[in-house]
Design a protein around this ligand. Structure first.
Ligand SMILES: C[S@@+](CC[C@H](N)C(=O)[O-])C[C@H]1O[C@@H](n2cnc3c(N)ncnc32)[C@H](O)[C@@H]1O
Length: 356
C-alpha cells in the first residue's frame, strides 16, 4: 500500500480550527448565560461600563461578570476600552445580541445550542440503540429559542415578500381567504401574517402543547381575535378536506415523524388550486455542496434536534438538510400538481411552492 503523504501544515491548520471551535463552544455557553441573565440587554444602550458597574446594575457577582466580559470581548460580541477598563456594545452588536426586533438578532442561537447540549446523554444512547430524543425533553428553552430565532424574519418577510411573490395569493388574502400553518410552533409566523390580512381566517396546527399555549398567548396579546384558532393536530390529520387557499409549513416538515403523510394531509386540506408554501434551510441536494459553515449548522441542528425528534416517534428522521430535488420529489409523491422554488433571496430559507 502506498504511504500517504503527511501534510504537517494541514494538521496544524486543523488543530488551530479545533482550538477556535473549542473557544466558540465555551463562548456560546457564556453568551447563553449573558442572554438569560440580561447582560446583553443591559449593555445594549452603548454606555461604557466597568465590570463593577455591570455587576451592580445586574445584581450579579463582579468576578464572574469580569471574566464573562473578557470572553465576550475576545469573541467580538462587546468592545473593550483599555484606557478606562470599560466594556460597551456598539449598535451593531446590540442588533445581533440584544434587540429582538430585527432580522440580524441571533440571541436564540445560544439558547438552542444549550438546549441541545443538555440532551447529549440521551442523544448518545440514541446513537447506540436507535430511537431519538422527544421534542418535549428539550423543554421550554427550545420552543422559545426557535421563536426567538425566526420571529423577526417571519414578521419581515412572509406577508411583505413571500406571499406577494406568488401570483394572485396576496389579492386572495386581502379579499378574505382561509389560510393555515402546520408546525406553527409559538405562533411566530401565523400571528403576524394574520395581522397583515385582517379579512382572512387562519388556523394554526401543531402537536406540541407548550408551543400552542405560547402561540395562543401571543395571538391574544396581538388582538387577532377569533379569526385565528389553534389546534393540537398533526399535519397528516388535518380534519377538513378542500378547505384552505393557503397552507404554510415553515422549517417543520423535516421534524415530523411522517413527513410524506403530512404533505399528503396538507394537500387533502387545500382547495383545488390551493397553495402550499414550504420553507427549509437553504441547502443543496448534494452533500458536498453543503460542506460549509452554514452546512455545519444545518447538519448539526438536524442530528441534535430535528432528526432525533422525528426518530423519537418512530418516524422517518428525514433530517433538516433538504435540497430542492428532494422537496420536489416529496411534493409530487404527495400528489401536488406543480412545484417550484420561489425566486426570492433570503439569508436562511429556501421557499418551495406546490399547488394542489
Ligand atoms: C423547528 S419547529 C418550527 C416552528 C415554526 N414553524 C418556525 O419555523 O419557527 C417545528 C415544529 O413542528 C411541530 N411538529 C412536529 N411534528 C408535527 C406534526 N406532525 N404536525 C404538526 N406540527 C408538528 C413541532 O411541534 C414544532 O413546533
Amino acid at each position: 500500500m502506498a504511504q500517504e503523504h503527511f501534510d504537517r501544515s494541514r494538521a496544524a491548520a486543523l488543530a488551530r480550527q479545533v482550538g477556535t471551535d473549542f473557544g466558540a463552544a465555551l463562548a456560546v455557553a457564556l453568551a447563553f448565560i449573558g442572554d438569560r441573565l440580561g447582560l446583553f440587554k443591559l449593555m445594549a444602550a452603548g454606555e461604557a461600563l466597568t465590570p463593577a458597574e455591570i455587576a451592580a446594575r445586574s445584581g450579579l457577582n463582579e468576578r464572574y461578570v469580569r471574566e464573562w466580559a473578557a470572553t465576550m470581548a475576545a469573541a467580538g460580541y462587546i468592545d473593550y476600552q483599555p484606557a478606562d477598563g470599560t466594556f460597551r456594545m456598539v449598535p451593531e452588536q446590540a442588533m445581533v445580541l440584544a434587540r429582538e426586533d430585527n432580522t440580524y438578532f441571533t440571541g436564540g442561537a445560544f439558547q438552542y445550542a444549550v438546549a441541545c447540549y443538555r440532551q447529549i446523554g440521551k442523544l448518545s444512547d440514541a446513537f447506540r440503540n436507535g430511537g431519538g430524543v422527544p421534542f418535549v425533553d428539550f423543554g421550554p428553552d427550545i420552543v422559545e429559542a426557535i421563536e426567538r430565532l425566526f420571529h423577526c424574519g417571519y414578521e419581515a418577510w412572509v406577508a411583505d415578500q413571500w406571499i406577494p411573490a406568488i401570483p394572485g395569493l396576496k389579492a386572495r388574502l386581502d379579499a378574505g381567504a382561509d389560510a393555515a400553518e402546520v408546525g406553527c410552533g409559538a405562533g411566530q409566523c401565523i400571528v403576524p401574517v394574520a395581522l397583515a390580512f385582517p379579512n382572512s381566517r387562519f388556523a394554526g396546527f401543531d402537536v406540541d402543547a407548550a408551543s400552542l399555549e405560547r402561540a395562543r398567548a401571543k395571538a391574544a396579546r396581538a388582538g387577532v381575535g377569533e379569526r385565528l384558532r389553534f389546534f393540537q393536530t398533526p399535519a397528516e390529520k388535518i380534519p377538513d378536506a378542500d378547505r384552505f387557499d393557503l397552507i404554510m409549513a415553515f422549517n417543520c416538515i423535516h421534524d415530523m415523524a411522517n413527513p410524506r403523510g403530512a404533505l399528503a394531509g396538507i394537500r387533502r386540506a387545500l382547495k383545488p388550486g390551493g397553495v402550499l408554501m414550504w420553507s427549509e434551510a437553504d441547502a443543496s441536494d448534494r452533500l458536498e455542496e453543503n460542506l460549509t459553515p452554514i452546512g455545519r449548522t444545518m447538519y448539526g441542528a438536524s442530528a441534535m434536534h430535528c432528526m432525533t425528534v422525528s426518530l423519537a416517534q418512530g418516524g422517518e428522521g428525514l433530517g433538516a438538510v433538504i435540497g430542492p430535488g428532494l422537496a420536489r420529489a416529496l411534493a409530487l409523491e404527495a400528489g401536488f400538481s406543480s412545484f417550484e422554488k420561489l425566486p426570492v433571496k433570503n439569508p436562511f430559507h429556501q421557499i418551495f411552492v406546490a399547488r394542489k
